[in-house]
Design a protein around this ligand. Structure first.
Ligand SMILES: Cc1ncc(COP(=O)(O)O)c(C=O)c1O
Length: 391
């Protein structure tokens, strides 16, 4: 072979000797090579497992899907390029023109935008309700409602959603009950075991845990996941092999991390709750939280690392606090990293809401959301005390 031929064909059929790598390799190949038409036909028709084109699936996505399906006690999983891709793919698999969705009024901003901006153009409508008000949920259901969409722990005020009660309401009307469990992860709650039909995750959060991944997942029964996968392939919303590989590495320490997040966040919540500069703390592990009892029942293994707190003094106090602590606990518009981060819902995730809508869900200009990391608790508390002293 000529050098240009050798170079062009380098890498095909690399043998690894008799052993196999302990960590799955990154399969960064756009396409898979076959020796004959018959072989390809067996894979295309599903008689043999195999891959043929990256957008349709690859070994790193498959490995991640298997682990996520097991972790969520689901039959099947489809991973996607982001959490929003996973939600969009599943919604498009279930909904047709004329259908209706009932969703949490605290739903993640991207989900809210999908339901209010994109899906209405396809003839799909949505109603947003307070998921803690079961009567309001029942009243919002229409003859054409097909999906009840919940979030396990809501952003940013950490309301606990009563998944079993909402599953009962949804299933009595034949709806698909979808749970975005991004804030809790399967280490804390498994919505499919509580009766939900689909579970969503932004893999960029607790499942990866290191702020190094973009990806999403949807887990449920095989029929729904197969239908979702077709939509994801059509949309071209494939998860990148490197991100899938990275997410799989993060998942290996999920339980350990969630224990540490849960313990630290409860101690931080108790500390903030006692502080004179803090007006309110939202953490379902505090007794004054409206769903304290429900949280104890649904989350026996802890509540993860998320909490929010309101400073006396509104925007000026929040701004001063962030400036003081940001060198150690930075402002970052994501969550669930092993290191603690802050966010400002009033000016970011909830910016587009009307002042009345923000007030209704307690997102004030003095509210900060804290994603409590797994650092030594003494250091986190010292950093927060330093910031509060400056306010
Ligand atoms: C609760 C929740 N659901 C879904 C998403 C969307 O995930 P992604 O950013 O991976 O699309 C996010 C992102 O922050 C989220 O917090």
């Amino acid at each position: 072979m000529k050098p240009q031929t050798l170079a062009a064909r380098a890498g095909i059929d690399t043998k690894l000797g008799v052993a196999k790598p302990l960590n799955l390799a990154i399969h960064q190949s756009t396409v898979y090579a076959y020796d004959n038409l018959e072989q390809l036909e067996t894979v295309l028709t599903g008689q043999e497992s195999g891959f043929f084109y990256y957008r349709n699936g690859h070994p790193n996505a498959s490995a991640l899907e298997q682990v996520l399906a097991q972790l969520e006690a689901g039959e099947a999983c489809a991973v996607a390029s982001s959490g929003m891709a996973a939600i969009s793919g599943a919604f498009l698999a279930i909904l047709n023109a004329g259908d209706h969705v009932v969703a949490d009024q605290n739903a993640y901003g991207g989900t809210f935008a999908l339901l209010t901006d994109d899906l209405p153009r396809l003839g799909i409508s949505a109603t947003f309700v307070d998921m803690q008000d079961l009567v309001a949920v029942e009243n919002a259901l229409q003859a054409n409602t097909k999906i009840l969409h919940l979030e396990s722990l809501s952003n940013p005020t950490m309301r606990v959603t009563d998944i079993p009660a909402l599953v009962a309401i949804g299933h009595a009307k034949g709806l698909k009950v979808c749970v975005d469990s991004t804030f809790s992860s399967p280490a804390l709650i498994r919505p499919l075991e509580l009766g939900a039909d689909l579970v969503f995750h932004s893999l960029a959060k607790y499942l990866d845990g290191h702020s190094s991944v973009m990806g999403g997942a949807v887990i449920g029964d095989k029929e729904l996941i197969d239908a979702t996968r077709v939509r994801l392939i059509h949309l071209g919303a494939t998860m990148a092999a490197f991100d899938a590989w990275n997410a799989l590495n993060g998942i290996k320490t999920l339980s350990l991390r969630m224990n540490a997040h849960s313990q630290n966040s409860l101690m931080v919540a108790r500390f903030l709750d006692q502080h004179a500069k803090v007006a309110r703390v939202d953490h379902p592990g505090l007794e004054q939280h409206p769903q304290f009892e429900l949280a104890k029942r649904l989350y026996p293994n802890g509540l993860g690392g998320m909490l929010s707190f309101e400073l006396h003094g509104g925007y000026a106090a929040a701004s001063r606090f962030v400036k003081t602590v940001a060198p150690r606990i930075p402002l970052a518009t994501s969550l669930a990293d092993v290191s603690s981060t802050l966010s400002y819902p009033f000016g970011t995730s909830h910016r587009a809401l009307t002042p009345e809508a923000r007030a209704r869900i307690n997102v004030t200009d003095g509210l900060l959301r804290l994603s409590v990391g797994i650092e030594a608790i003494e250091d986190i508390l010292a950093d927060l005390a330093f910031g509060l002293n400056a306010v």
